[in-house]
Design a protein around this ligand. Structure first.
Ligand SMILES: O=C(CO)COP(=O)(O)O
Length: 270
């Protein structure tokens, strides 16, 4: 992360929890309540560090009701959306429905969707377009698999994903874009890319954005790291000047652990 001389962050860090296919709507209520209480007890400053959760679709209405009813400062979004707005697309969920549920963000292009659902760059591009039509901030996930990493081709591979996803959009359209670098080999494996790897790719992504748009735009986009992030490693990962937060999978299912991750500043000063 980068701070100004008075200690403010240049880009507001984002700690995002991707629940994947875990937690039904009853469990979701319990988890969000516990997370909110834990963060309140810790005096969490949401204006300084944003915290968001990405529950399954079926939980979103319950999360919306809780967040609105208890006036929580957490933000939330969906893990995917359809590229279409309505029609004969059995099983798909359009952006308009997500916006109605109070979602402000949506994950797009997670490696599990690229791999398991064979989502390609073209579809991911169309999904970003759909998100923008409904004022949802796209949280674009990119990253390489183990083979690509071992071949030393990870930077080129990841930047190609960024370029393909963003092709044709203007900086103005992408003003709320967030990019998460998630090396596939570090997801759910307990292996994290080292803080240097996270910084290397975050910096490369920012340079690519500067090349595609302007330096000013590149400096405004939050770039997260994801892959086996825990409270014990988050502070080191976020030390990278270009790493603006974390996209957390498994550890976001435990309210206390996720709250500790969101409170990473305490680990830095401790
Ligand atoms: O895929 C991830 C977040 O989107 C990372 O998952 P883990 O934190 O469980 O490795």
């Amino acid at each position: 992360m980068t701070t100004t001389r008075d200690g403010a962050y240049v880009r507001r860090p984002l700690i995002a929890g991707n629940w994947k296919m875990n937690m039904d709507h009853i469990q979701a209520i319990a988890l969000v309540q516990k997370l909110a209480w834990t963060l309140d007890d810790a005096g969490h400053d949401y204006g300084r560090v944003e915290v968001s959760v990405f529950p399954p679709f079926t939980d979103l209405r319950s999360v919306q009701t809780l967040v609105a009813g208890d006036k929580l400062s957490l933000t939330y979004g969906a893990q995917d959306l359809s590229a279409q707005d309505s029609g004969a697309y059995t099983g798909d969920i359009p952006g308009g429905f997500l916006a109605k549920l109070g979602c402000t963000q949506v994950l797009i292009g997670h490696s599990e969707r690229r791999e398991i659902h064979h989502e390609n760059d073209e579809l991911i591009h169309a999904k970003i377009e759909a998100a923008l039509r409904h004022q949802l901030s796209p949280l674009l996930c990119v990253g390489e698999g183990l083979q690509v990493r071992e071949a030393g081709d990870h930077v080129r591979h990841t930047l190609a994903q960024v370029e393909a996803a963003l092709q044709g959009f203007t900086a103005e359209q992408l003003s709320e874009l967030v990019i998460a670098y998630e090396p596939v080999w570090a997801i759910g494996t307990g292996k994290t890319a080292g803080p240097e790897d996270a910084q290397e790719l975050a910096q490369a992504i920012r340079s690519k954005l500067a090349e595609l748009y302007t330096a000013e735009f590149a400096d405004s986009v939050r770039v997260l790291y994801g892959g086996s992030v825990k409270s014990s490693n988050v502070a080191a990962i976020l030390e990278g000047a270009d790493v603006d937060g974390a996209l957390v999978g498994g550890a976001s299912l435990d309210a206390e652990e996720f709250a500790k991750i969101a409170q990473f500043e305490k680990h830095i000063t401790a």
